[in-house]
Design a protein around this ligand. Structure first.
Ligand code: TXA
Ligand code: MG
Length: 337
């Protein structure tokens, strides 16, 4: 399916398709979403088929305004009101206890629902015109790199989606921050553009940080695809490498005639016949915006290996490090052969 420029007529057509229970991909400020009418279980099931995603992985419901929280959440705690007032529309998803009417297929069988009001003119126009909630995971096949441009959606899903609305490249570039407010204490389930400190400043309390690596065995975590250890991953083997080991690693691989792609942001490294180097921005927001398109580009070059320079291990880089760890965790240095 070729992307269509998201003008008024295209958005009207998208609304018609959604009402018929069909799938529409649309831009948000984070990544492109694969949308379906969240109140229609058959439509939502089509999302899982198109993505090849297991049925017990919950979806985020996108809503057109803060007022719609009550349509989906059983109760809206004061903490949710405060975060929504401060950050919506924006790259923050809230997990709340769900109303009885919310289909279980949306929530992967859980009693909580993820909700978000995206900050993108096309997404907001679509949501307002549709007048309901749109369930939308990232518009990629299961465990693959999220799309940040309409063309990526076409590459990922082909004709499995009825319409791809093209709203240009996504500004944020990594998926929303997810905060779980369904229990006694607020938890950070997925780091994103809105940082832990920004959320803690609004809530006036510390977040519990749910760490993917340490909670792998927790079944509830395994239901959350963004929480799985391998995710957002290129097909090419990809390895995260501290800057002081990059040159050595590159040399070793080039000696063995391996074709290498590199994402670097500080290392000065010239390209040669065997290496393709993408220099990433040094500023975190710009790096995040460029990350998935850059990984995708390297992944399309039939390389033997992608080496990624490890960014600093600081709070500002948390979301990027989280995605890079997941994109590279299938391949540890020991697998080098
Ligand atoms: O930025 C985003 O959030 C993008 C755009 C399209 O809005 N969407 C997105 O959706 O990243 P997806 O399905 O790829 O990731 C949604 C994440 C998953 O990790 C899922 O586990 C979590 O949200 N999630 C959704 N509902 C949940 C729930 N009830 N409990 C725990 N986690 C939930
Ligand atoms: Mg996803």
């Amino acid at each position: 399916m070729k992307p269509i420029f998201a003008d008024d007529a295209a958005i009207d057509y998208a609304v018609t398709l959604l009402r018929q229970g069909r799938l529409v991909a649309f831009p948000t400020e984070t990544v492109y979403g694969l949308g379906a009418d969240a109140s229609n279980p058959d439509a939502v099931r089509r999302i899982f088929q198109a993505k090849g995603r297991p049925a017990d992985h919950p979806l985020i419901v996108h809503i057109p305004s803060v007022d719609c929280l009550n349509d989906w959440a059983l109760t809206v705690p004061e903490t949710a009101q405060r975060l929504a007032a401060r950050f919506w529309p924006g790259p923050l998803a809230l997990i709340l206890n769900k109303r009885h009417e919310v289909p279980l297929v949306v929530t992967g069988g859980q009693n909580t629902v993820g909700l978000r009001m995206p900050d993108h003119p096309v997404a907001l126009h679509l949501l307002r015109a549709f007048g309901g909630g749109i369930a939308a995971p990232s518009a990629n096949r299961f465990c693959r790199i999220s799309p940040t441009q309409a063309i990526h959606v076409e590459e990922e899903l082909g004709d499995a989606v009825e319409l791809i609305l093209d709203g240009g490249a996504c500004q944020v570039g990594v998926e929303s921050t997810i905060v779980d407010l369904s229990g006694n204490r607020p938890k950070l389930l997925r780091p994103g553009h809105i940082t832990r400190h920004e959320i803690e400043a609004v809530l006036q309390t510390e977040l519990i940080i749910v760490s993917t690596q340490s909670e792998q065995s927790n079944q509830a975590e395994m239901r959350a695809p963004g929480m799985m250890v391998v995710h957002y991953a290129p097909v090419t083997e990809a390895m995260l490498c501290p800057v002081d080991r990059l040159s050595e690693m590159l040399q070793e691989l080039t000696l063995r005639n391996k074709k290498i792609g590199m994402l670097v942001y500080s290392l000065e490294q010239p390209e040669n016949g065997l290496t393709r180097i993408i220099r990433m921005p040094e500023q975190t927001n710009d790096y995040a915006q460029a990350l998935y398109a850059s990984l995708r580009e390297l992944d399309s070059l039939q390389l033997d290996m992608i080496l990624v320079e490890q960014p600093p291990n600081t709070e500002a880089w948390r979301a990027i490090n989280d995605r890079l760890c997941k994109a590279t965790s299938a391949y540890q240095p020991k697998n080098l052969s």
